[in-house]
Write a protein that binds this ligand. Structure first.
Ligand SMILES: C[S@@+](CC[C@H](N)C(=O)[O-])C[C@H]1O[C@@H](n2cnc3c(N)ncnc32)[C@H](O)[C@@H]1O
Ligand SMILES: [Zn+2]
Length: 332
């Protein structure tokens, strides 16, 4: 754990203003140690350089931990040789690349860190948080020096729950939360919990699953999902492998026929046909995304009009909500 992170931390239980004490050796960073709370006496371990604010066995996000360690580098532009995460990051976050250098940014639910890495490459200092062991994959990916740009910002990882984050209020220059909110038990609670961490005037970007009636027709996917999150991970992986081996070629054919393209969405795999990827990468992304369909315990949809109302109710400024995306600023 980088020592600079200590200035941002408070106990998630009692939020004692004195912060946390750090025990462990290492000049700039502590690999193994412990954080202690002078207020309530709670202790939080630092393992593998990452402070951990959740029990070792995470509650509902275990399949994410498996998934992001299994396909660690696939979506990290710098390590996989594409720019898809970068393109999506700047479009969805609306954080201008020229604004990022030196800013302190929170990646809320980082997974293997594909967006953390893009922000760091642009010069931001990023704190990446995840509930699951995906946080370890994020650390490996972001430490990997291959393709680091000059002026790259530092990255610190924290394993914690977005609903009980161990940070002081008003410390971040910006935050983004992508691909996460729909996979939590209470999306509105997550959206409501994060803004207080921002400085006055700081921006936030949320992405979420938009409710659409067509989802009702995806009966095979949602029928299977009734049980798949509970399957042993090896069984689920084998199941996804078979589905993708059988159905990916079919989706390729259908996608080439304009009149039939629409029906690809009813085939129960998450087909990725992006021409910026090699065919092998498309296949691997499809397998990863199919596991990401069947693994999560929660998949919750929201309506962007209601999301706008929620953010306005939190007294945020410049609220803008589109299907699946919302932006706002902390007032001031
Ligand atoms: C689909 S992944 C997206 C990861 C990354 N943002 C991306 O787009 O590649 C969702 C991530 O959210 C994390 N997550 C889910 N609920 C969380 C919570 N309450 N607190 C922190 N992280 C959470 C999961 O562990 C998982 O890594
Ligand atoms: Zn405490």
């Amino acid at each position: 754990m980088q020592r600079w992170l200590l200035d941002l931390l408070v106990c998630p239980e009692c939020r004692d203003a004195r912060g946390l004490t750090l025990a462990g050796t290492g000049e700039a960073a502590v690999e193994d140690g412990e954080l202690g709370c002078p207020g309530c006496g709670a202790a939080y371990p630092i393992r593998n350089g990452i402070p951990r604010f959740v029990p070792q066995q995470d509650d509902y996000a275990g399949n994410f931990g498996f998934q992001w360690n299994r396909w660690k580098t696939l979506q990290v532009d710098r390590l996989a040789g594409h720019r898809l995460s970068q393109t999506r990051f700047f479009a969805d976050s609306r954080l201008p690349p020229e604004w990022l250098p030196g800013r302190l940014i929170l990646d809320a639910g980082c997974g293997a860190g594909r967006f953390t890495d893009v922000a760091a490459q642009a010069g931001a200092r990023v704190v990446a948080v995840d509930l699951s062991e995906a946080i370890d994959a994020c650390r490996v990916n972001c430490a990997n020096p291959q393709g680091h740009t000059p002026g790259r910002g530092e990255v610190a990882q924290v394993q914690a729950n977005l609903l009980r984050l161990p940070f002081r209020d008003g410390v971040f220059d910006g935050l983004f939360c992508m691909g996460v909110i729909q996979h939590t038990p209470d999306p509105a609670a997550v959206m409501s919990a994060l803004p207080r961490l921002l400085k006055a005037g700081a921006p936030l970007a949320y992405n979420f699953y938009e409710w659409h009636w067509l989802r009702r027709l995806e009966v095979i996917k949602y029928g299977l999902r009734r049980t798949t999150p509970d399957w042993p991970q090896g069984t689920l992986l084998g199941f996804c492998r078979v589905l993708v081996a059988l159905l990916f070629p079919l989706t390729l054919v259908l996608a080439k026929i304009p009149k039939l393209r629409f029906f690809v969405r009813f085939i129960p795999i998450a087909a990725v046909h992006n021409p910026a990827l090699t065919l092998r990468q498309q296949y691997d992304w499809t397998l990863l995304d199919t596991f990401d369909w069947y693994g999560p315990r929660y998949e919750q949809c929201q309506d962007h009009g209601q999301v706008a109302g929620l953010l306005q109710g939190l007294d945020l400024a410049e609220v803008d909500s589109r299907p699946g995306l919302a932006w706002a600023r902390r007032p001031g």
